[in-house]
Design a protein around this ligand. Structure first.
Ligand code: SAM
Length: 262
């Protein structure tokens, strides 16, 4: 408890009980849930989640924190700590090995790898029931942004194609030790059910979205010229003179399908 926080691991420990309670209330864990926490740290969220769910699996990269965490959790329930980099954990294999269909994920994420963690979760969306994450407020704004907004981009499109994005509430720097330099926010992600999910090739969606936003001030005809010509863009029912930031996520799906068919 009260270890010196490591900057290199993005450690900002939550200490304000009001926010901790609000997060746990938003998650509302039940004993039947398979709860997975990313980055339990000193256990600010782990212990109340464990006490509500009775059991919890947590993935922590920093070995130094694990013995104290296990000791504090012992009286509260069944805590299983996986010492690993979350980006190397296969959530589908984890669900399978525990005999569960779906995982509920929560975490006050290490901000230095928040986007890679989000993309990792999106790739595993089929085995996820929901996700509740603390992130930089600016990242949550980008995730939830709508077409036309200045912050609408690759993260918005990729997240919104996989999940419903629900920003919940903001959290000020003082709620953490040490305080981060930015405001934070909690977001809920609900994976889109399989029968409503798009059926385009995910690698092609990724390629089209990446190219379109790599040069967001350019027209799509220009930004996508390595992948699709203007006629192909028109066949997707998209104006080649438009810019990526004006397109809905579903427009990118149609562009990806035309790219797949080419
Ligand atoms: N949950 C705690 C809290 O709210 O006080 C700690 C949150 S702190 C922002 C992020 C946590 O993620 C730290 O405990 C850090 O060691 C851990 N972490 C950093 N990189 C990680 C990685 N690649 N995989 C798993 N955990 C990681």
């Amino acid at each position: 408890m009260n270890a010196r926080p490591k900057k290199s691991y993005g450690q900002h420990f939550l200490h304000d009980t009001r926010y901790i309670e609000n997060i746990v209330r938003a998650i509302s864990p039940r004993p039947t849930d398979f709860m997975l926490e990313i980055g339990p740290g000193e256990g600010a969220l782990t212990l109340p989640l464990l006490s509500a769910a009775g059991k919890l699996t947590a993935i922590e990269l920093d070995t130094d924190l694990i013995p104290a965490l296990r000791a504090r959790a012992a009286a509260m329930g069944e805590l299983h700590v996986i010492h690993a980099d979350v980006l190397k954990v296969d959530f589908a294999a984890l669900a399978h090995s525990h005999g569960v269909q779906r995982i509920r994920i929560a975490g006050n994420l290490p901000y230095y790898i928040s986007s890679p963690i989000l993309f990792h979760c999106v790739r595993h969306a089929a085995v996820l029931q929901d996700m509740h994450f603390m992130l930089q407020k600016e990242v949550v704004e980008r995730m939830a942004a709508e077409p036309g907004s200045k912050v609408y981009g690759r993260l918005s499109v990729m997240l919104q194609l996989a999940c419903r994005v629900e920003p919940l509430f903001s959290v000020p720097p003082e709620a953490f030790r040490p305080p981060p330099k930015v405001d934070s926010a909690v977001v809920r992600l609900l994976p889109i059910p399989p029968d409503e999910r798009h059926d385009a090739d995910p690698a092609h969606v990724h390629a089209v979205v990446k190219a379109a936003f790599a040069q967001r001030r350019k027209t799509l005809a220009n930004a996508l010229k390595q992948l699709l010509d203007s006629d192909a863009i028109r066949r997707a029912d998209v104006d080649p003179k438009a810019r990526a930031e004006t397109l809905a996520p579903s427009d990118f799906v149609r562009l990806a399908k035309i790219y797949s068919a080419a």
